[in-house]
Design a protein around this ligand. Structure first.
Ligand code: NAD
Ligand code: MG
Length: 400
C-alpha cells in the first residue's frame, strides 16, 4: 500500500470539461491506483464540474469568474473541502503548484497559453493538447521547456504518433542525426474532403462540426473541416520536434487509422496506428514510458477498409497552405493566423460569416500583421490582441 501511494501521479487538468478533459478523466478513472486529480478547470458547464468534484475529489477547481465560483459552490455539498477559485492567475497556480506532477493542457485556444507556460516554468510533465500555445509562441515556449527542464509530451494524435515513431534518444532540432528524413503528418481531410470548392460556400455549422472519424470540441471540428487544424499542426510539429518546414509533409489519409509516420533516410517508414480515440495518446502520455490500458478497442485489421492516401489540394483547403506559408514567415505571422482564425471560427459558429469567409479573414490579417519581431510573451499577447481586433473589423466587411 505504502509502495503504491509513492508512485501516484498527481494531475491538474486545464479544461477538464472539454472533449480532451473528459477523455483524460475517463483514462484516469480506470487507474485510480496510479493517478490522483489535484485540480481541474472549466470555463462553463458548472454542473459537469460539480460531478467531477464528487467523483475525483480534487483539491481545487478554477472557473471563469466570481459569479460562476458562487454558483459552483451552491452545486456542491455544504461540507465540501474543495477550494473554488477563478481567473487566469488561479489557472497558472493550479498548473504550477508544488503538489502537482503532471499537467494536462487541454484548454482550447489562446487562453491556454499562460497556464501552460506556468506549468512549463515550474518544470512539470506537461501533456500538450493545446496546440495554439506553440502556434502563438513556439520558439519562446520551447526555450522555456529546455530552460526549466520540463517534460513535454504531445497529446495531439498526430504528434503523439510521431513522438512514438521517433527513436527514444531523438535530439530536439537534429532530425538528421537520428536518420529522420521526413515527418509525415496525416489528415483525414474532414467532412469536405470530396466537396467542390464552390460547394463550401453554403456549408452549415452542423455540417462543419460533423467530423467523419473523431468526436471533438466545436472549434477544432471547424478547423478540421477547413484543414486549418492541419495547418496549426504543421506549425506545432515544427516546434515540437525542431524540424524545418521542408521536413514535414501533409498526407491525407481518410480512414484515420494511421495517426502519423516518420520516414527515415534508409527508406523505412514507421507508422503509429490504432482506432481514432484520443484516449490512446492520453494513456500513452500519462504512463510514458510505460503502457497502460486506455479503454480503446484494439484495432481489428480484418475489419479495416483499404488504407488510402492523397495530396491536399490548395483550391479546396487554402487555410492549410496559408498556415504553411505563415510558418515560413515566422512568429508574428503564426500568432496573427491563430488569433484571426479563433475570431473567424467563432463568427462562423455564430452564423455571422460563411465557412469560406474564414479564409478571407485569416488571409487579410496574416498579410497585414506578419512582419513584426516578437521577442517576449507580452509582445505576443499584444500582437494577438491587435490581430483579434483587426479580424473583428474584417468580419464586419465580409459579413453576409
Ligand atoms: P473543448 O471545446 O471540448 O474543451 C475546451 C476546454 O477549455 C473546456 O474545458 C472549456 O471550459 C475550456 N475553455 C474554453 N475557453 C476557455 C477560456 N477562455 N479560459 C479557460 N478555459 C476555457 O475543446 P477540445 O476539443 O477538448 O480541445 C482542447 C484542446 O485540445 C484544443 O487546443 C484542441 O486543438 C486540442 N486537441 C483536441 C483534440 C480532440 O480530439 N478534441 C485532439 C487534438 C488536440
Ligand atoms: Mg490532431
Amino acid at each position: 500500500m505504502q509502495q503504491a501511494s509513492q508512485n501516484v501521479q498527481t494531475i491538474t487538468i486545464l479544461g477538464a470539461t472539454g472533449s480532451i478533459g473528459t477523455s483524460t478523466l475517463d483514462v484516469i478513472s480506470q487507474h485510480p491506483e496510479r493517478y490522483r486529480v489535484y485540480a481541474v478547470s472549466g470555463h462553463s458547464q458548472l454542473q459537469k464540474l460539480a460531478d467531477i468534484a464528487l467523483k475525483f475529489a480534487p483539491k481545487c477547481i478554477v472557473v471563469n469568474n466570481q459569479q460562476d465560483a458562487a454558483q459552483l459552490h451552491s452545486l456542491l455539498p455544504k461540507n465540501t473541502q474543495v477550494q473554488i477559485r477563478h481567473g487566469v492567475d488561479a489557472l497558472a497556480d493550479i498548473a504550477s503548484a508544488k503538489g502537482v506532477d503532471t499537467v494536462m493542457s487541454s484548454i482550447v485556444g489562446a487562453a491556454g497559453l499562460l497556464p501552460t507556460l506556468a506549468a512549463v516554468k515550474a518544470g512539470k510533465k506537461v501533456l500538450l493538447a493545446n496546440k495554439e500555445s506553440l502556434v502563438m509562441s513556439g520558439q519562446l515556449f520551447m526555450q522555456a521547456v529546455r530552460e526549466h527542464n520540463a517534460t513535454l509530451i504531445p497529446i495531439d494524435s498526430e504528434h503523439n504518433a510521431i513522438f512514438q515513431c521517433l527513436p527514444l534518444n531523438y535530439q530536439y532540432g537534429k532530425p538528421g542525426d537520428s536518420g529522420v528524413s521526413h515527418l509525415l503528418l496525416t489528415a483525414s481531410g474532414g467532412p469536405f474532403r470530396e466537396s467542390l470548392p464552390q460547394e463550401l460556400e453554403s456549408v452549415t455549422v452542423s455540417q462543419a462540426c460533423a467530423h467523419p472519424n473523431w468526436d471533438m470540441g466545436q472549434k477544432i471540428s471547424v478547423d478540421s473541416a477547413s484543414m486549418m487544424n492541419k495547418g496549426l499542426e504543421f506549425i506545432e510539429a515544427k516546434w515540437l520536434f525542431g524540424v524545418d518546414e521542408d521536413s514535414i509533409q501533409v498526407v491525407i489519409h481518410p480512414q484515420s487509422t494511421i495517426h502519423s509516420m516518420v520516414q527515415y533516410k534508409d527508406g523505412s517508414v514507421i507508422a503509429q496506428m490504432g482506432n481514432p480515440d484520443m484516449r490512446t495518446p492520453i494513456a500513452h502520455a500519462l504512463a510514458f514510458p510505460e503502457r497502460i490500458n486506455s479503454g480503446v478497442e484494439p484495432l481489428n485489421f480484418f475489419e479495416q477498409a483499404n488504407l488510402s492516401f492523397e495530396k491536399p489540394r490548395e483550391d479546396r483547403f487554402p487555410n492549410l497552405f496559408l498556415a504553411m506559408q505563415a510558418s515560413r514567415i515566422g512568429q508574428a505571422a503564426t500568432t496573427a493566423l491563430n488569433a484571426a482564425n479563433e475570431i473567424a471560427v467563432a463568427a462562423f459558429l455564430n452564423e455571422q460569416i460563411r465557412f469560406t469567409d474564414i479564409y478571407k479573414v485569416n488571409k487579410q490579417v496574416v498579410d497585414a500583421q506578419a512582419n513584426i519581431t516578437l521577442d517576449s510573451i507580452d509582445a505576443i499577447l499584444s500582437h494577438d490582441k491587435v490581430c483579434r481586433d483587426m479580424a473583428e473589423d474584417v468580419i464586419t466587411r465580409v459579413r453576409r
